[in-house]
Write a protein that binds this ligand. Structure first.
Ligand code: MBD
Ligand code: FE
Length: 299
C-alpha cells in the first residue's frame, strides 16, 4: 500500500496515519493522512538516510533563524521548489470555480519573501524613490530607470473604476536589491501605497525593473547552486491591490523585454503579466512609462 518497504515490519506509516486520523479537526483529518503517505513514500522511495534527513532539518532551521519580518528565507526555499507558485495556482483555480469563471481578472502570482507591511502611504503622482535616496551611491544608476506608472483599478464584474482602492507596490533597486537587503537604501525605499482617486486612477513614479538574482546568502541560494540552477528572476514589479467589496489581488508585472520571462527561478512569471515599458516624452522625472489596469474579483 505504501510503496517500497511495504512489507517491512518497520512499516510505521499505517500506525502514524491511524494515530493522526483521530483528530476532530476536519481539514487536518483530510490532509494529514495524505501528507504522511507521500512523505513516507518519498523517504522509502529514495532510501533517505539519517544524514540526509538531518541535512534537511538543518536547512530548515537555518532558514528559520535567517527569517525576519523583512526576509522570509523559508518562503524563498518554497519559491525555488515551485511550491508558492503551485499553491497560488491552486487557490486561484478554487476561486475561479467558486465564481463560475464569469469574470476575467488580472492573474495573480506569488507574494514572494520581500513583502513588507506598512509601506509609506504616498499621494498620487509622487515617487516611491525616497527623497533621501538621492544622496545614495546607486542613485545615478536609478535615474535612467525612472518610470511613470499609472492606470485604473477596475471591478471585473462591471468594469467600473474603483475609487479608494489601495495599490501597494515594491520593486528592487538598480543593483537588484530590495531596500531591506541593501544598507545603501533608506528604510522603505522603493515601496509605497497609493489610493485610487475618485476616478479609480492611481499614478506613481517608480523604477523600470531589472533582472535580478534571488539572494544567495542562505540555504535557498546554496541549494540552487548544488542543483546547478541559475538564480535569476525576470525584471518585475510587485503589487498587492485591495478594494472594498473585492478580493485582494497579489501580482507582479514582468518586463516583456527581459530574457528570463520564460525561465523564472521561482516559476512566477506568466505571459498574461508581461508589460511593455514605453519611452516617456517631456518628463524630466521619468524616461519610461507604463499604463497598467488592475481588474479585481468582486466578493
Ligand atoms: C524575489 O524578488 C521575488 O519576488 C520572489 C518571489 C522570490 C525571490 C525574490
Ligand atoms: Fe521580487
Amino acid at each position: 500500500m505504501h510503496g517500497k518497504g511495504e512489507d517491512s515490519k518497520y512499516d510505521f506509516t499505517d500506525r502514524v496515519i491511524a494515530a493522526t486520523g483521530q483528530t476532530a479537526h476536519p481539514r487536518l483529518k483530510q490532509i494529514m493522512p495524505r501528507l504522511l503517505c507521500h512523505l513516507h513514500d518519498f523517504a522509502r522511495e529514495v532510501d533517505l538516510t539519517v544524514e540526509e534527513w538531518m541535512a534537511g532539518v538543518e536547512m530548515i532551521n537555518e532558514a528559520g533563524r535567517m527569517s525576519t519580518d523583512k526576509r522570509n528565507e523559508t518562503q524563498l526555499i518554497c519559491d525555488i521548489l515551485g511550491l508558492e507558485s503551485l499553491v497560488n495556482e491552486i487557490t486561484s483555480e478554487l476561486l475561479l470555480r467558486a465564481d463560475g469563471g464569469n469574470h476575467a481578472t488580472t492573474p495573480s502570482t506569488i507574494l514572494g519573501p520581500f513583502y513588507r507591511a506598512n509601506a509609506p502611504v504616498l499621494a498620487n503622482g509622487s515617487s516611491i524613490i525616497s527623497a533621501s535616496a538621492q544622496n545614495s551611491t546607486w542613485y545615478h544608476k536609478a535615474v535612467p530607470l525612472r518610470a511613470h506608472i499609472s492606470g485604473h483599478v477596475l471591478s471585473a464584474s462591471t468594469h467600473k473604476a474603483i475609487s479608494n482602492a489601495v495599490v501597494d507596490v515594491w520593486v528592487a533597486g538598480p543593483d537588484g536589491l530590495y531596500e531591506q537587503q541593501d544598507p545603501e537604501q533608506p528604510d522603505m525605499n522603493l515601496r509605497g501605497r497609493f489610493r485610487t482617486d475618485e476616478n479609480g486612477r492611481y499614478e506613481m513614479y517608480a523604477l523600470r525593473p531589472t533582472a535580478y538574482p534571488i539572494p544567495f546568502d542562505g540555504p535557498a541560494g546554496r541549494l540552487l547552486k548544488l542543483l546547478d540552477r541559475h538564480p535569476y528572476r525576470p525584471a518585475h514589479i510587485h503589487f498587492v491591490v485591495t478594494a472594498d467589496g473585492h478580493r485582494a489581488l497579489t501580482t507582479q508585472v514582468f518586463d516583456c523585454e527581459d530574457k528570463y520571462t520564460t525561465d523564472d527561478a521561482v516559476f512566477a512569471a506568466k505571459e498574461e503579466l508581461l508589460v511593455q515599458f514605453k519611452e516617456r516624452k517631456d518628463d524630466d522625472k521619468a524616461k519610461w512609462e507604463l499604463t497598467y489596469n488592475f481588474l479585481l474579483y468582486p466578493d
